[in-house]
Structure formats: C-alpha cells, structure tokens
Ligand binder design. Sequence first.
Ligand SMILES: [Ca+2]
Length: 328
Amino acid sequence: MRGFFYCLLTYCEFSETGAQVTLDFFTTQPDPTTPEDETDLIDDTGTTYHKILMAYNMCCKDGLVSVPGNTNLGCGEWDYSCNTYITDSAKVNSVINFTVTVSNPNGQEDEYSYNNSYTTSFGDIHVYADGQILTVQLKTNNYGHQSSYILYKDDGTVYYERDNCDNNTLYNDPFYLNPGCYKLQIFDSGNDGLEFWANPGQGEGYFRILNADSDILYSFEPDFGGYAIHEFGIGNITKIDEIAHPFILSVYPNPVSDHLQINIRGTGNTKVTARLSNTAMKQVMEKEWTANEKEFSTVLDMKDLPSGVYFLQITYGNHSKTEKIIIF
Ligand SMILES: [Ca+2]
C-alpha cells in the first residue's frame, strides 16, 4: 500500500549527566525543518535513557479509499498531526551503532567534553556468498521506457546499467561479482514504480535478484515510486587488506568486438594474470605478465571468441578483480 506507513527510525543513547535535555524529532514528512514532536528528558544520576527507538506513524485523514477494479487501498490525504510515536525495542537488534569519540584534542585537556562523542546508526545489509553468479531480473510493465537500473560498485562507479527497456519484457542480467560492496538502484521516470494502485493501466512488473538455481534472494517492493535502493555485500566485506592494498583497474571498450585494453595502476613489480571465463564458468583464456612499473597496460585479442557474456578476472599480486565483459 503506497505510503501507508512512512516511518522514521531514530536511535538515541544518553549516558551523560547534567542539565535537562530536549529532543526534537524530525521526520522527512511533510516538512523536515519543523520538529514533529518534542520530548523533555529529565536527566538525573539515577536515570539512563538507553536505546530509545521511535517510529513515526501517520494517520489517514480521509479514511481508506478503494480504487474501482483494484483490490488495493490507499489514502486520499494524510494527517501528519497525529504525532503517534511508538517505541519498538524489538527493532533495536536491526540497528548497528557506530560511535566516534574524540580524546586528548591537540594533545591538551579538553575544556568542553560534552560534544566529544557522536553516535550514528545504520542498518545491516544483505551479504551474498561469493563465487556464484547472481542474476538481476527485471520484468517491465506496460511502460517499459520508464524503467532502468544501475549497479554501482563501492567506489560509486557504474558497474552495469540497463535502460531503454521494452514493454512487458523479462531481462535477466547475470553478474559474477567480486567480494565487496555494491548498490543496486532501480529508477522509474514516471515516479510510480513498476506497480501502483492508482495507476493500474501501467500493468505489473518486478525487480529481483536470483541465484543460479533461480531462487529469489531479494525482491524489490514494486510500488517504489521514483526509485528504490538495495545495498549489499558479496563475500567477506570486512576484508581489510582488500581495502588497504587496492589496485585500480580499467577495462575498455565494453562491449568489445576485437581488442580489449587493460590498464592497471598499482605498486608494480608483481605478477598480473588475466583469466577469461564464459557464463558457464568455463575458462576460455589465460594470460600472464609481469608489471615492472606502477602503470601496466596490455591488450587482449578477443576477435576469435564467440559473442556473449564473459567474466574477466584480473589478478594483481595477491588481489583480484572481476569485470563482466560483453563480446559482440
Ligand atoms: Ca512506472
């Protein structure tokens, strides 16, 4: 049901003692500059305010309305004044806190210690096992041109993009992703998602992630408005040495018909291996070089390979990255 339950999760933790504390609660609806509510917390040495989790629940002013020919219900006008804050301690486990504390600033004793700590909260993300092909599946509705999606790598660069979609078409895009963090974002230029109760004329669609056995690992809510985001990790996403010793890889053009240019920037003096596999994970090419300098470039000849999707794994010293390559 579209927008029936907008909620804001706010996590607060207080351990300081001192003066009375006033908390202003903000939501993104309807006006983020105006506090939705205020609560005075009286701080005394005997009281610790701990793990207060609030959700803001809007009321439907007009009552639920039904749309002829559609079983879904919606609200004609929202009432933002109901100010119903609920606490749900069961949700605390889904929230992870990251706290930064400043100590001994400039090598001196701090004159004002009350602002030395800041806590922010974030939700856990999906982590999928590495070493498997994940398929991003998009089924468009009657307005295929409104749908597009982008798979981003953790550095914000675009790993893959699909747009110019046809109507009522099923797209299956396989990815063999290296361990790391990714963001999958779907867009709808009509701002009414793949499905919306008030626009039954656009038909139905879906957007999801499947494994090699066609099991659904993740499914986007099709009523997502203008866009929806799924952030996820592959494999061991806390592998520190991958972050500490990266190498920069660029591979182009992609799609490629004959010559694939590979450029690497790293530490030099290491072995470089290129392994090319098809979507059945059968290796069709392996090459090896030595990078003597920090900049390394080479060209792979692809023109004798059948057209299709391939995965190019570049190993640089102890680290590797995989790029999806399309040969046409
Ligand atoms: Ca749409």
